[in-house]
Design a protein around this ligand. Structure first.
Ligand SMILES: [Zn+2]
Length: 92
């Protein structure tokens, strides 16, 4: 498993202060869009793509109502280095 998440966050921690105002403090940088999954080698941080779903559906009275749903799709490869993620077991 690669260390892209940790390494990228460390790079951002060095680069971002240059863009911040003097006197800033308590800087924290965290890449979002990851889910913790159980793999063969233990827990791994794996990238997920959020999916926004919107549609209209009729309510009981037959009037159309806006509906929203969200899901996410798991990546098979690291977007930074291209390494294939190891197989994970679905939490059940
Ligand atoms: Zn990677």
């Amino acid at each position: 498993m690669c260390n892209c998440r940790v390494e990228t966050e460390a790079r951002l921690m060095k680069a971002i202060p240059e863009q911040l105002p003097d006197g800033h403090r308590n800087l924290r940088v965290s890449l979002t869009g990851y889910a913790l999954m159980m793999g063969e080698g233990g827990a791994q941080s794996r990238q997920v793509m959020p999916i926004a779903i919107t549609y209209e559906a009729p309510n009981r009275a037959g009037a159309m109502k806006d509906k929203k749903q969200s899901m996410s799709m798991m990546a098979n490869y690291c977007m930074f280095c291209g390494e294939k993620y190891e197989k994970t077991t679905d939490p059940q």
